[in-house]
Design a binder for this molecule. Structure first.
Ligand code: NCD
Ligand code: ZN
Ligand code: ZN
Length: 409
């Protein structure tokens, strides 16, 4: 295939280490087909899928079940997260053998699909993963603290204060970031902090790194581009995401940390829900999260155009750093011998984000109407074009599972 790339920039495909592609269990929100089409159009060539599906990806059989669904449909490459549970510590190795690429720990989830293990179980799991050399991604949020305080406020009739607490208290995140870093130092486990939302976590992250903890950190576009000020535009409940988008004053330090490398990775936490699940009158009924795989690169290229960062810095956070953190030596860079996961971008292309045009089934985007400059125009996975000019063209089943680092070594 000869491709005319005149006037375009050639980048490695983006690697998104935090997506919720919803199957099995929630195909009404998203399928592997719709999600990987959205990813391909968005310039994403590899994704790592989170385990809070139904059934949760917490056993070798569940890993195999998800892999079968993904293998049939995916047009981009994918990794599968295994879930760290209270009682599945003995199965982690078997889950790797079944195809898990990494593990996910929910440190404070109220979600029955991904309940929070006890501190003892967390330390045990970290010890096992340290032995296996596998990185553990952590949803670092101590939601039981928030829940308890929120219930007290609600019981005393202070419902607004309880809602405010859910949206604003970042102590739950900061506490869990620092606790997981301490557990990582204690056990030697490599960890990856998911969706960093608060500037107050940054000193704890720097401290852990200064002590030699192998800790990587990601943030997501919604913490960089949105704040609680957007609730009037979007509706307070629509803005609901875990962890919450913070008040103004956090995004600036998060940008600085992402550019200076304190935050290593840009992911999306692509968490699609149907529009009516996002627009419920009571905040606790409103589904948390937003779609992200198709809009992230456009938003970030716009910032490159505005001079906030260089294209090389973008490639580092979106391609190279995730490949390095998750042992994908054959991806995330443009070098002879690596997979030809390539995105051609037109840095001049102007556009506007429109939810109705996104390929995700959960296409209600908080960036509706955002003007962008810079667009992926061709996405290639292992040498084959999977998206062209905003349309998915890949063959379902072309996407391949990426192995865990020790499994591929
Ligand atoms: C995620 C989801 O919908 O699965 N939602 C979110 O707000 N981030 C769950 C999660 O990542 O905790
Ligand atoms: Zn999470
Ligand atoms: Zn998530």
């Amino acid at each position: 295939e000869r491709i005319d790339a005149r006037g375009l920039h050639v980048l490695p495909g983006a690697i998104d280490v935090h997506v919720h592609f919803r199957e099995p269990g929630f195909a009404h929100k998203e399928t592997w087909t719709s999600a990987t089409q959205a990813a391909a159009v968005g310039g994403v060539t590899t994704v790592f899928d989170m385990p809070n599906t139904r059934p949760p990806t917490a056993s070798p059989a569940a890993v195999a079940e998800k892999d079968a669904l993904a293998a049939k449909q995916a047009i981009v490459d994918y990794g599968i997260y295994g879930l760290i549970g209270e009682d599945n510590g003995d199965e982690l190795k078997a889950m790797l053998d079944a195809g898990a690429s990494a593990f996910k720990l929910y440190m404070g989830s109220e979600n029955p699909l991904a309940p929070c293990p006890s501190d003892g179980a967390i330390v045990d799991a970290f010890e096992t993963l340290a032995g296996l050399g596998i990185r553990c991604t952590v949803h670092a949020e101590n939601t039981p603290i928030l829940k308890r305080r929120g219930e007290r406020l609600r019981r005393s009739g202070r419902v607004d204060a309880a809602a405010h607490l859910e949206q604003h208290a970042d102590i739950a995140t900061v506490e869990a970031v620092s606790r997981s870093a301490i557990f990582a130092e204690w056990t030697g486990c490599k960890i990856h902090i998911a969706h960093e939302s608060s500037r107050h976590s940054l000193p704890h992250i720097r401290f852990a790194k200064s002590r030699g903890v192998d800790i990587t950190v990601e943030t997501c576009p919604h913490y960089l581009f949105l704040s609680t000020d957007d609730s009037s535009r979007l509706g307070a409940n629509f803005l609901r995401v875990k962890p919450p988008v913070r008040e103004p004053g956090h995004a600036g330090p998060l940008w600085d940390a992402l550019i200076d490398g304190t935050i290593d990775i840009l992911s999306t936490d692509h968490a699609p829900h149907l529009p009516d699940e996002k627009r419920r009158p009571v905040i606790w009924d409103c589904a948390p999260g937003f779609p992200g795989v198709e809009t992230s690169m456009r938003l970030m290229l716009t910032e490159v155009n505005r001079g906030r960062m260089t294209l090389c810095q973008y490639v580092r956070m979106a391609c190279r750093a995730p490949a390095d953190a998750f042992g994908l030596a054959h991806k995330g860079r443009l070098e002879v011998g690596v997979d030809a996961d390539i995105v051609l971008v037109d840095l001049r292309a102007e556009g506007r984000i429109e939810g109705a045009l996104l390929h995700s089934l959960g296409n209600a985007t908080p960036y509706e109407g955002f003007a962008t400059i810079g667009m992926p125009v061709r996405t290639m996975v292992r040498g084959r074009t999977v998206a062209l000019d905003g349309r998915p063209v890949g063959q379902p089943g072309w996407g391949r599972r990426v192995g865990a680092p020790s499994a591929s070594a």
